[in-house]
Design a binder for this molecule. Structure first.
Ligand code: B12
Ligand code: SF4
Ligand code: SF4
Length: 309
């Protein structure tokens, strides 16, 4: 077995033993098609007030600029689908925010993975990323053969749907590359487009971020939610899962095996009244390790007020 084959096997085995569910590998190269798509998306203002999306354009579309000497982009998926969901009629929270903040959980796993690779393969230069870095994570997942980009914009696995976080490890290690995921299993389905409460899903797998409930409820910090959205949020208080909940491929979702993503009691039990009565002090204590803290207390109060307007 040559070194490349041996290293590829080590990477895939170590990814799974470090707590990731899927691992796919693609050659590190500039993403020319994605650069065009991203440019169009930005020029149409679909990032709204998420100004950070305008930054580092060239690094975002070229991993060799982000990590000099990069040869491989390793994409890792981790399932967050909960085995229990919120009851009906309470302010709705997106499933990704039921447990501990995935940024912290995944960063630790990426560190473990890198450390083990150093021990097994030797000195390699590599950097792990999750979410906040200028990396087009969904495209890399598709290129690494893990799934297709659905009409709702999400990366969908044929085995168990789309409730997965994506992380990447960009490294100078030469590896064997997976074939990009060639098929598109959306077919003639349009359930996500038809059910998006704010009509944020456009043709050709374009999601207008500036119209997405997730954007309004999480990203719009210290700003009012525009009045034209009144009555459209379908009781979503933090994030939105509608376009994934209706997706037929998510019938195959299985409960996460990651304890850190186990729902915290308050997420499952809080009624509208409990949320309204919540003090800032309790908010900070209860949600200190949760992604919900990112909206800040004032953001949650604004969202609640908007839902009951
Ligand atoms: C900005 C952002 C948002 C914004 C804007 C959404 C958007 N459409 O971009 C807002 C706040 C609205 C948002 C919402 C959500 N997000 Co978000 N978000 C991001 C972030 C930080 C950047 C995404 C980005 O680059 N957008 C720019 C647009 C142009 O890119 P894109 O949507 O990824 O589309 C690219 C590809 O799809 C590609 N493409 C289109 N067609 C095709 C076809 C082929 C063949 C190929 C190869 C590529 C391709 O073209 C685009 C440019 O490359 C990523 C993390 C990251 N660093 O990637 C997470 C990320 C995409 N979000 C994620 C999640 C979970 C969500 C929510 C489900 C959260 C929630 N429940 O509320 C929603 C889903 C909304 C939706 N339907 O897309 C996950 C997605 C996991 C998955 N399975 O796909 C990510 C990867 C975070 C993570 N690390 O896990 N998000
Ligand atoms: S997350 Fe909700 S608002 Fe955003 S695109 Fe999906 S269904 Fe539409
Ligand atoms: S709901 Fe239908 S169209 Fe939308 S992503 Fe799922 S399979 Fe594709």
């Amino acid at each position: 077995m040559n070194y490349t084959t041996q290293h590829t096997r080590i990477v895939k085995e170590t990814a799974l033993s470090s707590g990731f569910d899927f691992c796919g590998i693609a050659k590190a190269q500039r993403l020319d098609d994605d650069a065009r798509r991203l440019e169009r998306w930005l020029s149409k203002g679909m990032h709204g007030s998420m100004k950070y999306m305008e930054n580092y354009f060239e690094l975002r579309v070229d991993p060799q600029k982000l990590v000099p000497g990069a040869k491989s982009v390793i994409t890792l998926l981790i399932n967050y689908f909960p085995s229990i969901e919120q009851p009906e009629d309470v302010p709705k929270i997106s499933k990704y925010a039921y447990g501990k903040d995935y940024h912290d959980v995944i960063k630790n796993k990426l560190q473990t993975l890198l450390k083990t690779l150093h021990e097994k393969v030797g000195e390699i230069n590599g950097r792990g990323f999750v979410d906040s870095a200028p990396v087009l994570e969904r495209s890399w997942a598709q290129r690494g053969g893990l799934g297709w980009i659905g009409k709702n914009g999400n990366l969908i696995t044929k085995e168990s749907g789309s409730f997965y976080f994506i992380a990447t490890l960009i490294t100078d290690l030469e590896l064997e590359y997976d074939d990009p995921f060639a098929k598109d299993y959306c077919g003639t389905c349009t359930k996500c487009i038809d059910s998006c409460p704010t009509d944020a899903i456009l043709p050709n797998r374009v999601v207008d971020g500036s119209k997405c409930i997730s954007y309004f409820t999480i990203e719009l910090k210290e700003m009012m939610i525009p009045g034209e959205m009144n009555g459209k949020f379908d009781n979503w208080m933090f994030g939105c899962d509608t376009c994934q909940d209706v997706c037929p491929w998510n019938r195959f979702s299985k409960g996460t095996g990651e304890n850190a993503f186990t729902p915290i009691r308050e997420v499952l039990n809080f009624s509208l009244h409990d949320w309204e009565e919540l003090t800032e002090e309790s908010f900070k204590r209860i949600f200190k390790d949760s992604p919900i803290r990112r909206s800040k207390f004032d953001g949650i109060k604004r969202n609640l007020k908007f839902l009951s307007a």
